[in-house]
Design a protein around this ligand. Sequence first.
Ligand code: ADP
Ligand code: MG
Length: 282
Amino acid sequence: MTAQPSPLRVVCARAAPAPLLQVDGVSLEYRTPERVVRATHQVSFDVHAADRFVLLGPSGCGKSTLLKAVAGFVAPCEGEIRIEGAPVSAPGPDRIVVFQEFDQLPPWKTVRQNVMFPLMQSRGMSRREASECALHFLDKVGLANFADAYPHTLSGGMKQRVAIARALAMRPKVLLMDEPFAALDALTRRRMQEELLALWHDAAFTLLFVTHSIEEALVVGSRILLLSPHPGRVRAELNSHQFDLASQGGAQFQATAQRIHHLLFDEAPHPAPSPARTAQAR
Ligand code: ADP
Ligand code: MG
């Protein structure tokens, strides 16, 4: 008698995790009456569940435009963006953006109301459920005591924490962050990076994070996509989960930062390292 294929084996073969987010050959353009500006050219990358995926590149390389496209605000002129295999065609509560600007919180609502509002609007929660959920996430970002404060009474870092709590409370499939700490002073920025990583360990969300800072990319990211200057094309993709705030300044961290700098800014292919540089990198 011929042996039947094991159903278990069939299931296992299909169980390889599909990417949560696929950006597939995406070109993005702005059309004005005078001209067409190409922001990115045929960019592809995959983000898996629980990745901290960073888009890194110089100003003007199309990072914000890519994030807006993933959020569904801008449509690709070429290629496709998919969430769990389904093409992205519009904004949705499964993709929430945290911006750099401090004034992303309506000033007439308290901190708690700011977090509650989208939960009632988009997630259909009752006032009571939304209030409990808001307090839970405000507690996670250390702001439970400020739930009834108005945004103008908070520091820049605190406002950013409210925006993060509001985004996480929505339980998005992907949290999108566009240079969220760029306007903060160096100490606050470092603390916010630390808190974001702690939140990620706690809540294990999937993050797509934009920055032009090599150091921030290495600290925040588990994977980094390097984009060339305008229009953005993929230069390289690398792992960075081995780095955190504690490794900043160490020899391996600095060597990787230098390698990324060359990959981003060298016109010609990266030359073999000189003996002096190799010694420094070690
Ligand atoms: P980054 O976030 O990497 O700094 P952007 O995505 O903001 O880059 O911009 C990419 C390119 O698209 C830049 O050349 C920029 O000038 C251009 N651009 C951005 N927004 C607009 C717009 N609304 N209209 C026309 N061009 C734009
Ligand atoms: Mg930008």
